[in-house]
Design a protein around this ligand. Structure first.
Ligand SMILES: [Zn+2]
Length: 51
């Protein structure tokens, strides 16, 4: 799984849970965002604007 903003491979825990978040755009499409990009952007709208 890669972050859709910075393209880095996202870290996963031993349970294969990705460290990061999933945001849904207006069409309901899921986008993966790593924790680093998530923390750099204030809210969901700011994240979606980068995708
Ligand atoms: Zn990222």
């Amino acid at each position: 799984m890669k972050c859709e903003i910075c393209g880095t491979k996202m870290a996963e825990t031993f349970l294969e849970k990705v460290i990061g978040t999933v945001v849904k755009d207006a069409k309901g499409k899921k986008h993966w965002v790593c924790a680093k990009c998530q923390s750099g952007l204030k809210n969901k709208d700011a994240l979606l604007a980068k995708l």
